[in-house]
Design a protein around this ligand. Structure first.
Ligand SMILES: NC(=O)c1ccc[n+]([C@@H]2O[C@H](COP(=O)([O-])OP(=O)(O)OC[C@H]3O[C@@H](n4cnc5c(N)ncnc54)[C@H](O)[C@@H]3O)[C@@H](O)[C@H]2O)c1
Length: 337
């Protein structure tokens, strides 16, 4: 089946495109390349354009009237940047997404899978969150995700639209065949920083926060291999109508599903796994938490298993290994000049 992927030239969207292709489906990318990479789009049907441009959106559906579902990954995603530029984040992630959702309903393409985030959860005792756990987004970025969940739920009540919001935990790794991976040149995420220390680019890895009420005092997250994440989207699309029909309250046309491994991993445990994979220890030091840091969360992944028949299969070591393998060839795949 044909599936429209907005943001398909980004890290997660491009991985979903390859997973779709490997399952015999046809991805169609709509991406403005504001942050994404043309190299990730060139092997697929690709429209370079903005989700906020109704003409290009209409053209995509005119050219491909048989699109079965839309996966909406397009967004700006950098938390500190969202604090500095909230107008841009609300404009891109909320205003444009809202018009785009409405246009999908008007054009008669009701099936919509939305890239949401576990960053919208509040911290709960024990750190494991279900889809019913309290929400408390703490940055403009995470508030855009929270708002779009609410918009989507309201739209599905009022318009011919059906939505599945997938709350991603912490994606790591790359396409195991190395056709795509993380593309940001200087990564700000934890695995990127570990790699920089291992490569000698940075002198020491800072463990920021060692007094959280976790088993070893460091922050806890749920690191999910991006290929597992992509595979969940295949299930969400293939089982879309079933998921909407089965998710509890039958009046609703909207479902929320956590996409995580169900395993909490602390920063120290991630560092241990990293050292295990590279085969030697790295320089590290303990520091105070950074402003805005939280103890963290990991997924209760039962609903994904029940509704999608999906669970994460790849280990944290595989995620680290694939990230390192991708890092070795990335500059041959992507042209940064
Ligand atoms: N990476 C993570 O850790 C993470 C975690 C949770 C949720 N998510 C969500 O997953 C989605 C994909 O994230 P990613 O890591 O692949 O980010 P990314 O920056 O690699 O990809 C985003 C893509 O969207 C495109 N885009 C942005 N605004 C657009 C617009 N107005 N019109 C058309 N294209 C536009 C960009 O060019 C880029 O290719 C996002 O919605 C993000 O919020 C990501």
């Amino acid at each position: 089946m044909k599936v429209l992927i907005t943001g398909g030239a980004g890290y997660i969207g491009s991985t979903i495109c390859w997973a779709l292709k490997d399952h015999g489906h046809t991805p169609i990318i709509l991406d403005s390349l504001v942050t994404g990479r043309e190299e990730f789009a060139r092997d697929h049907i690709f429209y370079q354009g903005d989700i906020g441009d109704p003409e290009i959106v209409s053209k995509v559906f005119e050219d491909h009237p048989d699109i079965f579902a839309t996966i909406h990954c397009a967004a700006l995603i950098v938390v500190p940047e969202s604090v500095e530029k909230p107008y841009e984040y609300y404009r891109e992630n909320v205003v444009k997404s809202m018009h785009f959702f409405y246009q999908l309903a008007q054009l008669g393409y009701p099936r919509l899978v939305f890239s949401s985030s576990a960053a919208i959860y509040d911290v709960v005792p024990g750190f494991m969150v279900t889809e019913e756990s309290p929400l408390k987004p703490t940055s403009p970025y995470s508030r855009t995700k929270y708002m779009m969940e609410m918009v989507l739920e309201d739209f599905t009540q009022a318009y011919p639209l059906q939505g599945i919001a997938l709350r991603y935990f912490n994606p790591i790794g790359a396409d195991p065949q190395l056709r795509s991976g993380m593309h940001i040149e200087t990564p700000s995420h934890i695995l990127g920083k570990l790699v920089e220390v291992a490569q000698g680019v940075a002198p020491v890895f800072n463990i920021t926060g060692t007094d959280w009420p976790t088993r070893d005092g460091t922050g806890i997250r749920d690191y999910i291999h991006v290929w597992d994440l992509a595979s969940a989207h295949i299930k969400a699309v293939e089982k879309f109508d079933q998921v909407i029909a089965e998710d509890g309250n039958t009046a609703r046309q909207y479902a929320v599903i956590n996409l995580g491994t169900g395993q909490g991993v602390t920063v120290r445990e991630l560092v241990d796994a990293f050292e295990r994979v590279i085969g030697h220890p790295i320089e590290k030091q303990e520091k105070s938490p950074r402003p805005g840091d939280v103890a963290g969360a990991y997924a209760n992944a039962n609903k994904a298993l029940a509704l999608l028949g999906w669970k994460a299969e790849k280990s944290i070591d595989e995620g680290i290994r694939d990230a390192l393998r991708w890092g070795e060839i990335r500059d041959q795949v992507l042209d940064y000049n």
